[in-house]
Design a protein around this ligand. Structure first.
Ligand code: 6PG
Length: 252
């Protein structure tokens, strides 16, 4: 089934709607399972969504006490580095909301290597989900993803060995071609595709070609990794602004 694509006039409108969908996912997960397990996207696009979620009028309506926040990927930098996805989320969201201690799970980039950080993060996820990391897959209630202008998502870059990993939940990845040129830690496709709900947030004309390729071309996952996001038993939706959608032939 073709994923739902919603086109917004600008990134502000996209961010507000994305925040509504995050709140809806949390409500549903807490109601059914008593908790919400979310994986957040990095980069710049989702920051507006996080800032909207942090607004008092919205934040007060979200059950943060039963929400657990993970990261779909991270740059292998210190948590206080400006390039850190955790630093961005802490600034935009965590500093303003009552997520209980132990409910936000940054990637442990203080460890000596990206590979050890990836392995430890997989163990962190396993503990939080209460499963063994050599059996079932962790099923996130919602994963937010972005799209790079080369078609990457999370830190799954074109041609990278991480695209072909099926036996690990989290891997280290060499820097992609896009800044920042640092090693990455990323969830792998098996974990992404086990999610109950995936939302891509895509903004900017520089994404138009990659978005067209993924949604309307004949993309292969090696060249446009975002094309490999196909949740096995979950929903997939794209929230894009008009600039990013400028190469799409179908709208809505
Ligand atoms: C990262 C992200 C990455 C991001 C895309 C889009 O760590 O950079 O996880 O996958 O989502 O590169 O980034 P922008 O939203 O900044 O365009």
């Amino acid at each position: 089934m073709a994923p739902a694509v919603t086109i917004f006039k600008n990134s502000d409108d996209l961010g507000k709607h994305a925040a509504d969908l995050v709140a809806r996912a949390v409500r549903g997960a807490v109601r059914v399972r008593g908790r919400a397990m979310l994986a957040l996207a990095g980069g710049s696009t989702p920051e507006k969504t996080y800032m909207v979620l942090a607004q008092p009028g919205r934040s007060s309506r979200i059950d943060w006490a039963h929400t657990n926040l993970f990261f779909g990927d991270e740059r292998f930098v210190r948590p206080d580095d400006p390039a850190s996805n955790f630093a961005m989320v802490r600034r935009a969201l965590l500093a303003a909301i009552p997520v209980p201690a132990g409910h936000a799970f940054p990637v442990p980039t203080q460890l000596p290597t990206a590979a050890t950080a990836a392995a430890e993060y997989a163990a962190t996820i396993a503990r939080a989900f209460g499963i063994a990391d050599d059996r079932d897959l962790p099923r996130f209630d919602l994963i937010l993803l972005g799209l790079g202008d080369d078609g990457h998502t999370a830190s799954l870059f074109p041609g990278a060995p991480s695209l072909r990993v099926t036996d690990r939940w989290v891997v280290a990845s060499p820097p992609g071609t896009l800044p920042p040129p640092v090693e990455r830690i990323t969830l792998t496709f098996p974990v992404l595709n086990a999610a109950r709900e995936i939302l891509f947030l895509v903004s900017g004309r520089n994404k138009a070609e990659a978005l067209h390729d993924v949604l309307e071309g004949q993309p292969n996952c090696e060249a446009r990794p975002a094309a490999g996001v196909r949740p096995a038993d979950g929903t997939l939706a794209w929230l894009v602004d008009e600039a990013a959608a400028s190469r799409l032939t179908r709208s809505g």
